[in-house]
Write a protein that binds this ligand. Structure first.
Ligand SMILES: [Zn+2]
Length: 391
């Protein structure tokens, strides 16, 4: 790789040197104001990849003010005019409402809101305190027409206002001066405010290959992954509390990789997303009615059973469900270390699969991953046996 002194210092860590990965050139319309060429570089210090180009934030601001393709009600993304755009915006709103459980009274700003598709979706979910911010006067009009407050301006223009929740969805990859932007948005957060940033995920460009160099365009000048996005927030003292990956539809047949990070302005003990995730998982597991109803049927059946699978899944089921109330003759496992030599579970023998040749009851297969394979083995040993899969 060729090392160079950067024209644009690393927008995350400020380093002055990097290496060139590729030089991208464009032949553009005569009135086009964004750079016609840039090097895609990797920062020599923090590893962030970006377009190294001599320009400035004012030029990009002017571009989005005057040449915004997001104004169009036909082709503009972010307005929710197509089925795939609606789905993308609905997924983000779902995440905000259900995963983050954001209060319906929270003040929410969507910065770079385009035609306000996400805000409209949040409004329909009962969110009351919504504000759009966009540099395009036409986008601002389109949002206001939906009865949603909208301010004309960029992330750098908003003064004397704070919000409980700020959204920057597919904005930061367009920003030339990321340091000014992240500090500006931090100022917009209320004392316990949160920030949601979603951007294209450069670590999956190859997996979501479209056409040659699709992801190197004149507007996308920052190539984030979850690490660089977290680093950007950290550079302004914001605490990354949650992140995730998604693939978003950008046309009827093309998916696009994205990554998002949720930041807290202050580190709040008690806002524990790991806990939230585990609570969701415990609810999902506890309410698995499929397994509970199969066990109830086994009990009602009053037939003798044996249980194939002497592992954690069985240990849990015996301790926490009615499985132990069944008439269990013995346990079966194909792992010879678990069987024979007087080994028992609930005082019942653990035997090898060959014992099934003489068995007459129901074989309950208790295996999270291999239930189908075990069922085939049971059929091979004794085709007469009835099987019930607890999976
Ligand atoms: Zn850097």
């Amino acid at each position: 790789m060729i090392n160079k002194k950067l024209l644009r210092r690393c927008p995350i860590c400020g380093a002055a040197e990097g290496s060139i990965l590729y030089t991208q050139k464009f032949t553009v319309p005569d009135d086009f104001i964004l750079p016609k060429e840039y090097d895609v570089v990797v920062c020599g210090n923090c590893g962030f990849s970006f377009a190294d180009t001599l320009s400035n934030q004012e030029t990009y601001n002017k571009f989005y003010e005057l040449q915004s393709k997001y104004e169009s009600k036909v082709t503009g993304s972010g307005g929710g005019y197509s089925d795939y755009d609606l789905k993308r915006l609905n997924d983000t709103a779902d995440y905000i409402e259900h995963d983050l459980q954001l209060d319906k009274n929270a003040s929410i700003a969507d910065i770079g809101c385009a035609n306000g598709g996400l805000l409209k979706n949040l409004k329909n979910r009962g969110y009351k305190n919504l504000t759009g911010i966009d540099p395009s006067v036409i986008c601002v009009q389109n949002v206001r027409e939906q009865g949603i407050e909208c301010i004309k301006g960029s992330i750098f223009d908003i003064q004397n206002k704070t919000f409980d929740f700020c959204i920057l969805s597919h904005v930061m990859e367009h920003i030339y001066n990321l340091q000014d932007a992240i500090f500006a948005v931090k100022k917009l957060l209320s004392a316990s405010g949160q920030l949601y940033i979603e951007v294209p995920n450069s670590s999956l460009y190859t997996d979501f290959y479209v056409v040659p160099f699709y992801y190197f365009d004149s507007e996308h000048i920052n190539h984030f992954d979850n690490i660089s996005l977290t680093n950007l927030g950290a550079s302004a003292g914001l605490h990354a509390v949650h992140y995730g990956y998604k693939s978003i539809p950008v046309s009827n047949n093309v998916l696009y990789p994205a990554v998002f990070v949720v930041f807290d302005k202050i580190s709040v003990t008690g806002t524990n997303y790991a806990e939230l995730s585990l609570r969701n998982y415990i609810n999902r597991s506890s309410q698995d009615s499929n397994i509970h109803s199969k066990i109830s049927e086994l009990i009602a059946d009053r037939k003798e059973i044996c249980i194939w699978g002497v592992g954690n899944y069985t240990f849990r089921l015996l301790a926490t469900t009615d499985l132990a109330k069944c008439d269990i003759r013995y346990f079966v496992d194909s792992d010879s270390k678990k069987t024979g030599n007087g080994k028992t579970l609930m005082s019942k023998k653990i035997v090898s699969p060959q014992a099934l040749k003489d068995f007459k009851g129901t074989v309950v297969i208790s295996s999270a991953l291999y239930a189908r394979d075990i069922e085939k083995q049971v059929n091979a040993i004794n085709p007469e046996l009835k099987t019930v899969l607890l999976a």
